[in-house]
Design a protein around this ligand. Structure first.
Ligand code: 3PG
Length: 208
């Protein structure tokens, strides 16, 4: 089920917000640029209320939660109705809780060993994180042969220059990134630029 969602999204903005109002304004700009969903990170106090707010106001926009590091975090985002949860790493507690709650989970992996733990737990979609720092496309190509059952959402260092190359890999369903929702764009409320960068990314995704 998470596979279908990720394949449809193709690009998941990784968004850290300072208020639910800001979250809604950003998500409206993302949607105007053709983006269909977002990961709102638990890196600010506004995250949980922002997840609720965007879900209520934009029912056709997929709202996931990111930086889910503990089973308690997983409970919190599931209770807010997050469509999926993203974790920077692979925590057995988080995986167990996500499976128990039937919350789609995208845990982070950076090595074959972490991937094997995730596969053994019954998962088959993973965030490669931090993608560029741990080997990027070369690592994804290397993992494809021994792990044909695994699919990835590389995140960390993905941008307009390399997004097409990532999306062209057969084991990549989608990518995550913050370049279209960078802090400076949010600080100056440059929603047209958020929409423009989103449209540029989706256009590249459509060409792969
Ligand atoms: C993440 O939290 O997944 C990353 O910080 C996003 O990576 P980026 O900022 O390099 O796009």
């Amino acid at each position: 089920m998470i596979r279908e969602m990720l394949s449809r999204l193709r690009i998941i903005p990784v968004l850290t917000v300072s208020s639910p109002e800001q979250a809604l304004a950003v998500c409206e700009a993302l949607q105007a640029g053709g983006i269909q969903g977002v990961e709102i990170t638990l890196r600010s106090d506004a995250a949980l209320d922002s997840i609720s707010r965007v879900r209520e106001a934009m029912p056709d926009f997929i709202v996931g939660a990111g930086t889910v590091k503990t089973a308690t975090d997983l409970d919190s985002v599931a209770e807010r109705g997050a469509a999926f949860a993203v974790s920077p790493g692979l925590s057995d507690d988080v995986v167990t809780r996500a499976l128990a709650r039937s919350t789609p989970l995208l845990p982070g992996v950076a090595t074959a060993s972490e991937l094997m733990r995730g596969l053994a737990a019954g998962l088959d979609c993973f965030k490669l994180f931090p993608a560029e720092a741990v080997g990027g496309r070369a690592l994804l190509k290397s993992l494809a042969a021994p792990f044909p059952e695994a699919a990835f959402c590389p995140t960390g260092g993905v941008n307009l220059d390399n997004v097409s190359d990532y999306l062209a890999l057969p084991n990549v369903l989608c990518v995550g990134g913050s370049w279209m929702v960078a802090d400076d764009l949010l600080a100056r409320e440059d929603w047209p630029e958020v929409a423009r960068l989103s449209a540029a990314a989706m256009e590249l995704a459509g060409r792969v």
